[in-house]
Design a protein around this ligand. Structure first.
Ligand code: ZN
Length: 464
């Protein structure tokens, strides 16, 4: 009997270092190659030692976020991996700058923490192949097609066929229309196995309009009271969506004319060209805006880019959108430490905060936070801390609806902390309980890292 094998190298019962292996009939596909944002150096890698990477035929990268792509140069240059690597065009364009920055940042922290050099990044870059959305590539009996996943520019879901078995890997995805991205698509063919993210478990997102209103109201009132607003964001992806919201709000509120919105990221400045180029891969909203105004919507009117804090005169209320998103170090951390003691200031967390990072810690509203330079120095925290999620992951409603539309027989949950993932599993099992012990039974798995999951392919075939 043929067994389909799923083996999680990272991202099993956790968010971070996503990397999964699927195997069937002697073919091996690897999905993503990320790092874990709460760890450094080798500890941030997926468990690559637990699998022979030399057997991988194809490696597919879903999107450019570090937890999905940042260990790729390591895999390509430092292991026995010799397969082919694919990602979409915008992912590859942003990947280059993003990882260049990642190498620089890890080198500053501590040389021994460096997973690979800039040379490794350059040497591996040309060997990465690109795939268009809705096009199918076949390599040695493995067929795969890329579909839009929403989430961030270039993010893809991969529909993979190996010797007749069909697998859909969602990567990170969203099903809510925003200012610039399309929602994730439902592939036209039913997969046997769905590998889906479970970031928000059974939680429910607030409606988009309410979230935006809450965000702009909070910013406006902080500024009116003479405070500063800090918004930590990952340099690329959701940051561009927030900037579109702010730029529009400023254009509608004349009283804010003299208050500056800064975007503190050299990386984002470099990548803005990629956003300006790939408007055709975004949704109708933004393409219409482009047509109507004849101006690129990513050429912001009210947002100033600053390279670093040495260029920043902090003498009046302002809004600063800065990376990194989880306040581990860099500009966002420096501003947090500077602004935390003043109760007029507001910190607004808009992304997903991973376990073990300052972002997660600050949400508990501690009275003091440790300085990053010297953890023995404690800084009073009096600034307001708010969380409004613009992370662009599906909530329970959206995820379960998507699963219903995709209609798989086997569901494998990845990319979620144990508790939310466990709750999602229970919710799905009870939703499909009526099919238990029938040919339509839906199986749900939540494997841990390095835990083998074997699915009998024959059973799936008969039931179809
Ligand atoms: Zn992501």
């Amino acid at each position: 009997m043929d067994q389909f094998r799923f083996f999680c190298l990272g991202g099993g019962n956790e968010v971070g270092r996503s990397s999964h292996i699927i195997q069937f009939k002697g073919k091996t596909v690897m999905l993503d190659a990320g790092v874990h944002p709460a760890f450094q150096g080798m500890a941030s890698l997926p468990f690559y030692d637990e699998f022979d990477l030399g057997t991988v035929d194809v490696l597919l990268i879903s999107h450019f976020h570090l937890d999905h792509a940042a260990s790729l140069p390591y895999v390509m240059q430092k292991t026995n991996f010799k397969g082919r690597v694919f990602m979409t065009h915008p992912t590859k364009a942003i990947y280059r700058w993003l990882l260049n920055d990642f190498v620089r940042v890890t080198a500053i922290d501590d040389d021994s923490n460096q997973l690979y050099s800039d040379k490794d990044l350059k040497d591996s870059f040309d060997r990465i192949e690109t795939i268009d959305f809705h096009s199918t590539i076949e390599i040695d009996g493995i067929r795969f097609t890329a579909y839009q996943a929403g989430h961030v520019l270039g993010a893809a879901m991969f529909f993979i066929e190996i010797a007749g078995i069909k697998v859909l890997f969602t990567g990170d995805f969203s099903r809510e229309e925003d200012r610039h991205l399309s929602v994730a698509e439902v592939p036209p063919v039913r997969p046997d196995v769905l590998i889906t993210e479970s970031t928000f478990g059974t939680a429910t997102h607030e409606p988009r309009e309410e979230k935006e209103k809450k965000l702009t109201t909070m910013i406006h009132s902080t500024l009116a009271n003479g405070g500063r607003v800090l918004m930590p964001v990952f340099a690329l992806g959701r940051a561009q969506e927030l900037l579109l919201i702010l730029d529009e709000y400023w254009s509608q509120h004349q009283d804010l004319e003299n208050i500056k919105v800064y975007y503190a990221s050299d990386l984002a400045r470099k990548c803005l060209a990629v956003y300006q180029t790939y408007i055709n891969m975004m949704n109708e909203n933004i393409r219409k805006k482009f047509r109507d105004t004849n101006k690129n919507p990513f050429q912001f009117q009210y947002i100033k880019n600053i390279k670093n804090l040495s260029k920043f005169d902090d003498f009046q209320p302002s809004v600063v959108v800065a990376s990194p998103g989880m306040l581990q170090n860099g500009v966002s951390r420096a501003l947090l430490e500077k602004w935390a003691p003043d109760p007029r200031n507001t910190l607004i967390m808009t992304g997903y905060s991973v376990e073990g990072t300052m972002a997660k810690e600050i949400l508990l509203e501690p009275t003091e936070i440790p300085s990053q330079q010297n953890p023995d120095v404690l800084i009073p925290r009096r600034m307001t801390v708010e969380e409004i999620s613009f992370a662009a992951h599906v909530d329970y409603e959206q995820n379960s609806k998507f699963i219903e539309l995709v209609n798989p027989k086997t569901i494998v949950l990845v990319h979620g902390e144990s508790n939310p993932m466990g709750r999602l599993k229970s919710a799905l099992l009870s939703k499909y309980s009526k099919y238990k012990n029938t040919p339509d039974e839906v199986k749900v798995y939540n494997p841990r890292n390095c835990e083998d999951l074997l699915v009998e392919f024959k059973g799936i075939k008969i039931a179809k």
